[in-house]
Design a binder for this molecule. Structure first.
Ligand code: FAD
Length: 318
């Protein structure tokens, strides 16, 4: 079933969903089951699986020289989605990115998803490769998420890249896109970023999932701005708790989001890592409760492989 149908069927009840990462290459599906088994009693209608493009590594060869090699450390997104559907009978949302894909490869991936009866996709651009200072599209690939949304919308209309196909099967993908309550880091300002987000919706996207945030007022203001800009689709808040002290700096650096003063000051008072984790859980519970009371369609948790923490939060919210 489509993500937006789940929202419609919930009739105003706030759902809960999870995002998992594929295991590192060489790992097994059991790693994912171990994360999700303790969380399935909360009945997520869908589970997101992230996509990771190749990274460059420098490998020392016998000659003593270093060779630059491209390695995809976390492959398997599509297979994991199919496996989760089979194992738990749950819907899945594979993330699909522009980076590293030509349009043909994207089309083939979408055909695979369609044949597997996976009807949801989160369409993203992806980030710059390691050691590159800006995102560079694959030759023959898409430069922005909106171009990926357009390609998926075309397939939903039965239009394939090969224009000799006149009677192609119309796919029926529900398309999600990313939104940034505190602005995407490359955008000159939030207003211009919102225009680009609105363009993704106008191109056929059906819902938005936000970047994590630690101050709910950022989310509420963002939703108001989206509505004022004419964006009417569901906007799902993405949540991740603070779990380690170093994240006070690493999360803002990596995800370009602010940590509220009160959270930082409280974390600075913590005597050890266990206290920081307890604070992070308490903070995320408070965020979740307020969002749920406000009637958001779904609370989407970035599990980051930590089922126990995610579970402790949801137990106190549902
Ligand atoms: P876009 O919507 O293309 O926007 C990127 C930037 O370009 C923005 O600054 C926007 O304002 C600007 N822009 C957009 N269109 C245009 C245009 N036509 N002209 C000029 N500027 C434009 N990354 C992964 O690699 N794998 C994942 O699985 C993954 N999952 C994610 C899930 C969520 C919920 C979120 C919020 C992010 C995720 N990311 C993932 C990270 C994401 O790929 C990065 O944030 C990336 O930098 C931007 O992706 P986007 O889809 O928002 O890009």
């Amino acid at each position: 079933m489509k993500v937006t149908d789940h929202f419609a069927n919930a009739e105003g009840k706030t759902l809960v969903s999870f995002e998992v990462l594929p295991p590192l290459k060489g790992g097994s599906m059991q790693t994912i089951f171990d994360i999700l088994d303790p969380l399935m009693e909360f009945k997520p209608p869908f589970i997101d699986v992230t996509y990771h493009r190749e990274e460059y590594l420098y490998v020392k060869r016998q000659s003593g020289y270093y060779e630059k090699v491209a390695i995809r450390k976390r492959p398997g997104t599509v297979g994991i989605c199919a496996s989760l559907m089979f194992h738990y009978g749950v819907d899945t949302v594979p993330h699909l990115i522009c980076g590293g894909f030509t349009k043909e490869e994207t089309e083939n991936a979408l055909i695979d998803l369609n044949f597997l009866n996976i009807t949801n996709v989160l369409a993203l651009r992806g980030d710059a490769r390691q050691f590159e200072d800006k995102f560079v599209a694959e030759e023959g690939g898409h430069p922005f998420a909106i171009d990926l949304v357009k390609q998926i919308s075309d397939m939903n209309a039965g239009k394939y890249l090969d224009d000799t196909i006149s009677n192609g099967q119309k796919t029926d993908f529900c398309i999600g896109v990313a939104g940034y309550p505190e602005k995407h880091f490359e955008a000159p300002n939030l207003g211009l970023d919102l225009e680009k987000t609105k363009a993704k919706i106008d191109a056929g996207a059906h819902y938005i999932v936000t970047q994590m945030f630690f101050d709910n007022s950022k989310y509420f203001e963002y939703v108001d701005k989206c509505r004022a800009a004419g964006i009417t689709v569901p906007i799902v808040p993405g949540l991740k708790p603070l779990t380690r002290g170093y994240q006070l700096n690493s999360i803002p650096r990596k995800f370009f989001v602010n940590m509220p003063d009160d959270l930082v000051k409280a974390a600075e008072q913590c005597k050890d890592e266990a206290a920081i984790k307890a604070l992070g859980i308490e903070w995320c519970v408070a965020q979740s409760r307020e969002l749920k009371d406000a009637g958001v369609p779904c609370l989407h948790y970035y599990t980051m492989g930590d089922a126990a923490t995610t579970r402790k939060i949801i137990e106190q919210v549902y």
